[in-house]
Design a protein around this ligand. Sequence first.
Ligand SMILES: Cc1cc2nc3c(=O)[nH]c(=O)nc-3n(C[C@H](O)[C@H](O)[C@H](O)COP(=O)(O)O)c2cc1C
Length: 260
Amino acid sequence: MINETLDVITRRRSVRAYTDQPIAQTEKDSILQATLRAPTAGNMMLYSIIEVEDQTLKDRLAVSCDNQPFIAKAPLVLLFAADYQRWVDIFTHDHAPERARELDQQPRLPQEGDLMLAVCDTLIAAQTAVIAAESLGIGSCYIGDILEHYELHREIFGLPKYVLPISLLCFGYPKPGLLKKKLVPRFNQEFIVHQNTYHQLDASELEQMVQPINEYKQERYVPNANNLGQSIYLRKFISEFSVEMSRSVREMIRSWSTPE
Ligand SMILES: Cc1cc2nc3c(=O)[nH]c(=O)nc-3n(C[C@H](O)[C@H](O)[C@H](O)COP(=O)(O)O)c2cc1C
């Protein structure tokens, strides 16, 4: 089955090379208005979006996000941050903890569950922006490396305690020719979607599952890797940036869940 919406979703690909055409304010507004309509836990909108307009700042992010120069060339860069600070401030403003105490209930600060929910809200909003942009012919790419160097990114963006950088999104009109390339294959539905209970894949299922990716990717394995697992493990899983990402995220969680 196909319709206009499914077509936009299924033709989307990550776009990392952009024409010089700027994104007009009307289009930016359309993307942002659609984004704000994303579902959000309790209608609390537990996220903030920071537009990175300053070229110097884009240049710094291109380095701090694992040296990805295309970030500096993206006409529109948006930081999606998990944000409980807004609600902590509303709670304080509305004397909510005092009211809880009057009612013999225990006040508390944001904890791990609140963080997870805010991260859910943030990514649902980000993906809504991606699809809205795609529907306007504007390509996008997530930058997961914004999870690294928390201390630096907190300082760069002036983030308070309960605001954490979760994803950076680059947007721009795709360079000609990009859209003619084949889409990156995915694992087949049968290996991803389970019925009623979880099904852990056995060796033959694992081999079957990676086959389409192998066919597409084999020539791009890192040196010394003999298969997909080894390639991903060596290039990503144990790489320096992954180790830094885990350190940085550990610090984010510590900072969020430690009362001052
Ligand atoms: C959470 C997340 C983080 C990502 N981080 C990066 C990144 O730092 N740099 C990059 O070039 N692509 C990044 N991507 C894009 C993926 O590499 C891309 O989605 C994947 O290879 C599949 O390709 P496709 O989006 O074209 O289908 C990220 C995607 C997601 C969802």
